[in-house]
Design a protein around this ligand. Sequence first.
Ligand SMILES: [Zn+2]
Length: 424
Amino acid sequence: MDVDTPAEELASALGVDKQEVKEDLESLLGYSVPLEEAKQSIRRKHGGEGGGDAAQPESVALDEIAPGQNNVTVSVRVVTVGTRTIQYQGDEQTIREGRFGDETGTISYTAWQDFGFEAGDSLVVGNAGVREWEGEPELNLGSSTSVAMAEEPVETAAEIGGDSNLIELSPGDRGRNIAVQIQEVETRTIDGRNGETEILSGVVADETARLPFTDWDPHPEIDADASCRIEDVYVREYRGSPSINVSEFSVVTPLAESVAVTDDAPQLSLANAVDSGGLFDVEVVANVLEVRDGSGLIERCPECGRAIQNDQCRVHGTVDGEDDLRIKAILDDGTATVTAIIGSELTEEIYGGDMADAKEAARDAMDKGVVAETIREELVGDSYRVRGSLSIDEYGANLTVADFAADDTDPVERAQAVLAEVDG
Ligand SMILES: [Zn+2]
């Protein structure tokens, strides 16, 4: 058996003479002690001589960590650090959270106390717990966890520091930094943990995307049309798409130069859009496969706005329904289908008439269904360029439409683009 390699690794890990380790190893193996046990025993020997410093358990690679493991030791580079307060067992607690990286990948973590590390630090984290969070393993750093600076920098492919474009953000991200233009902002009063609280909500944009945001601790720098860098934000899911959360720990710095923003929504195939789990602003090109029941001239509950039939709201009982126009259309681009929800204004354009025209047509035919029928004839089988907000829930994927226009690209070209994306 080759003892040179394990002896060398062990000696360098322990910082002791290789020859001595090699002799010990050979002698233990000579007594038929298994290699791992022999190495453990040599570690104990040198740990004991090293002034009471217990032998370090070996670090686990991040891609080998799975929920259910416990008390793992990892050597990691701190990729991001976010700070947040949460309600925990009735108390407000400040936690640190983000991602660690090593050569094999990255993992998210929650630290229940402030260990003082920063993005870029290389650490040996001992006795960390592993739990499952959103289907992925996550490290839990608590009072029994040890955190020490690693002797060597830990290599990782992950980009250190958390600077992100909006398009890169997804729900669950923490400790991220963004440079954005505030496109819309309004003050709202909510019933918060500590009574009535003012918050800001609106839309931010950069060159890659637009996203909704909430500022839970209103920062005066967050003002309409202002450009700013916001450090330490976290991302949650709101109606199936990522939403940016600014907190008391976020640092907002005004930028002298205005941030360039996109006027275009990212254009995706329906399969990729659906896979993304929801998008605040997306453009798709697809065929209208079907105009569903509940399209055309409909009635809504005046209390809650739900679509109703025969003056019956399932929440408010018998009500005096209000007329509305809308379209629920199934879009299909060959990769997936979604339901497009088109509001009254666009529906009037597509129908070619307003509410009065629709009601007149329904009266003449003694059937409300004629309005949906006209829309069906107009839309089904044709290709459209559709922009809106995609949300995904247990009932499926819904695209709330903001822009709807006939698609002018060549069908062959479009089919090739879809095929190329599917193959890629
Ligand atoms: Zn109702």
